[in-house]
Design a protein. Sequence first.
Length: 163
Amino acid sequence: MDHAASELPRACRLVADAAARLGLAIDIRLMEQSTRTAEEAAAACRATVGQIVKSLVFAGATSKRPVLLLVSGANRVDEKRVAATIGDRIVRPDAEFVRRVTGFAIGGIPPFGHAEPLATWMDEDLMRHDTVYAAAGAPNAIFAVAPAELQRATGAKPITVRS
């Protein structure tokens, strides 16, 4: 179901505003069902799991700085491989850390519009698709975007995340 921006929850309006600032035209859709997991989002969008963008927040083990990985829903993150690429071992932070650095709760984290600037990497496998779907700030909100446009808007560096 499509909604006017004024009808969207506050978190989704923040995502819409951030997209506009980045020059990204998106249409946020509030779904009847949850889009919290990649599988749920794929079913809601009638897309493949591989087309779902998981916005995963890690912390550098040494730097303690947040790291955002935009990962295909079909992939699991090989943390050692990612560490070798970014130059720091990554660890999963707690939900409080994630909310503090992003401004969003796990399950609705968008790929941009965060409370703090995040070093961002994008799974190369997302580029195989014409359209991908990302969370829009709430566990039932999503938007479609061309992966190249998402990469441009976020400044994400391409990375292989899977083994």
